[in-house]
Design a protein around this ligand. Structure first.
Ligand SMILES: Cc1cc2nc3c(=O)[nH]c(=O)nc-3n(C[C@H](O)[C@H](O)[C@H](O)COP(=O)(O)OP(=O)(O)OC[C@H]3O[C@@H](n4cnc5c(N)ncnc54)[C@H](O)[C@@H]3O)c2cc1C
Length: 483
């Protein structure tokens, strides 16, 4: 049984459509329970929302304001679990919230909030603390001092969203030799059949090949793209359930802000913006814009970028709020679950981040919403049903084991150079089909400005071009024009 659409087996217990974090988590859990699963994605795995988040495993400090204690409790426990399970992808950081006279939530409210946050983590979080105005002034002289009242420090984690998704998929493949994961393969038609399994037509977008397979169970984990896809496949009983909400981020030059601690800034329009310093750059975001529909591969607009820059400038008087400080930018769409209240639809930041599961046919399910942080538990009810259907016991703690495959290039580890052997290894083991998969999602180089190795980018790839050109989709022009 091979690894491409044309030579894989023709029958699976479960087909999972969508290789973002949600599909990856269910694929892993089912494979860990010996269920033969097939995971497909229309593009590369983790190429949409699941590589475009704020890159935090967090409880969601701001959901305390909406009294969403259940979600915060669960997310904090998951965050603290992943800090132990995947320390190479998820690291704890202190987060500073400075407070001002004009802040919507002042020092006292914030202090109570972070203490409640620690409590909801069952005190697994490193302990939060309040800081006086004088201490903040001393420790963070770069912050605006006018009207400063003090601040709080609490603990959350920064995480590589893309790598956690990918490593969950690799873990699933290694856990069950019969399971398969195919990128650039989309579903084009579905014929429901409860007796012998549904008949599904799949199309490989790179190979331009079509194939029919059978699957007893089907799970749509297609995030923000779910409404459009189900309408296209003819599910006339499906009512739109997603509130697609765009969020954009910018990566700033390290020199643009003199801060080493992640900061949470309260904006004038009642939201918050995260400023997260990394060793060689700073991530800032996000925006929140309700869209009419979800498109693939979306980009931030200039208005969104200016909104982020203006909010940074409001807190950091020495910050030069112009586009020359930006290394790169990206956008994603939150697959928020639509609520029937028009008020909620106007304020996406007030919509719950809980997930929802729907049954839309015999053994056909849809799972939407949730957060990166809670991906392990989100699909567990669905997985349990399928495992039990196969006459086996479901063990909810199976997915509490560490991920078995470690990516060749890790986000928080800086190599000086990358060797041709490293690249051959990635091509062999990390499910790559295009040059972009390799450079962006396996190496974390989203633009040339992210290239931190000592050797020349183009020189490296041109020197191995002949050796890799038959293994992935790549051209010399692509290497030359990458910027
Ligand atoms: C701006 C922003 C910031 C966020 N920050 C955080 C954060 O810091 N922490 C956190 O916990 N959560 C965060 N989230 C939420 C989190 O990122 C999302 O909930 C999560 O990534 C959604 O994953 P998903 O698998 O549902 O969707 P996706 O990652 O979008 O995956 C769906 C997949 O389905 C595929 N697909 C679509 N149509 C088809 C088809 N026809 N055939 C095959 N495949 C198809 C797509 O290509 C896509 O890869 C953030 C979200 C956004 C947008």
């Amino acid at each position: 049984m091979g690894n491409s659409l044309i030579d894989i087996d023709g029958e699976y217990n479960t087909l999972i459509i969508g290789g973002g974090i949600v599909g990856a988590g269910i694929f892993r859990d089912l494979s860990l329970h010996s269920v033969k699963a097939l995971l497909i994605d229309k593009f590369d795995f983790a190429s949409q929302t699941s590589s475009s988040s704020s890159k935090m495993f967090h409880g969601g400090i701001r959901y305390l304001a909406s009294l969403d204690f259940g979600l915060v409790w669960e997310a904090l426990h998951e965050k603290n679990l992943w800090l132990k399970l995947a320390p190479h992808l998820c690291i704890e950081r202190p987060f500073l919230i400075p407070t001002y006279k004009q802040s919507a939530n002042g020092l006292l409210a914030m202090h109570l909030g972070v203490k409640l946050y620690d409590l909801l983590s069952s005190f697994q979080n490193s302990p939060s603390k309040a800081l006086s105005r004088t201490n903040i002034k001393k420790a963070y002289p770069c912050l605006t001092q006018e009207n400063l009242t003090g601040g709080v420090i609490y603990y959350d984690a920064i995480a590589d969203d893309c790598k956690i998704t990918l490593e969950s998929i690799y873990d699933g493949i290694l856990a069950n030799k019969a399971s398969r994961a195919l990128n650039y393969v989309e579903i084009t038609a579905l014929q429901e059949d409860s007796e012998d399994g549904h008949i599904v037509e799949l199309y490989d977008n790179l190979a331009a090949k079509k194939r029919t397979i059978r699957a007893k169970n089907i799970i749509f984990a297609t995030g923000p793209f779910t409404d459009t896809l189900l309408a296209k496949l003819g599910f006339s009983n499906w009512s739109p359930a997603i509130l697609p909400t765009k969020g954009s981020h910018i990566w700033l030059k390290k020199s643009s802000l003199n801060i080493d601690t992640p900061a949470v800034l309260q904006t004038k329009d009642g939201r918050i913006i995260f400023v997260m310093p990394y060793p060689d750059k700073i991530l800032v975001g996000t925006t929140e814009i309700i869209l009419q529909s979800a498109d693939f591969n979306i980009r931030p607009t200039n208005e969104e970028i200016d909104y982020i820059l203006d909010n940074i400038a409001a807190y950091f008087p020495d910050f030069e709020a112009n586009h020359s400080q930006i290394i790169s930018s990206y956008a994603g769409i939150r697959p928020l679950v639509l609520e029937n209240s028009t008020g909620a639809a106007k304020n996406a930041h007030k919509v719950s981040r809980n997930h929802k599961v729907f049954t839309i046919g015999t053994n056909i399910s849809v799972i939407i919403g949730g957060k990166l942080t809670t991906y392990r538990t989100m699909g567990q009810k669905l997985s349990a049903k399928i495992v039990k259907q196969n006459g086996r016991n479901y063990d909810a703690s199976k997915s509490k084991q560490p991920l078995s495959y470690r990516s060749k290039i890790l986000p928080f580890e800086r190599k000086k150079n990358i060797s041709p052997e490293d690249i051959f290894d990635i091509i062999t083991n990390e499910k790559i089909r295009t040059f972009e998969d390799l450079v962006k999602r396996r190496m974390g180089i989203y633009t040339l400005a992210h290239w931190h190795y000592q050797q020349d980018f183009k020189g490296l790839f041109l020197s191995i071009f002949e050796k890799i050109k038959d293994r992935i989709k790549i051209s010399k022009e692509e290497i030359e024009s990458f910027n």
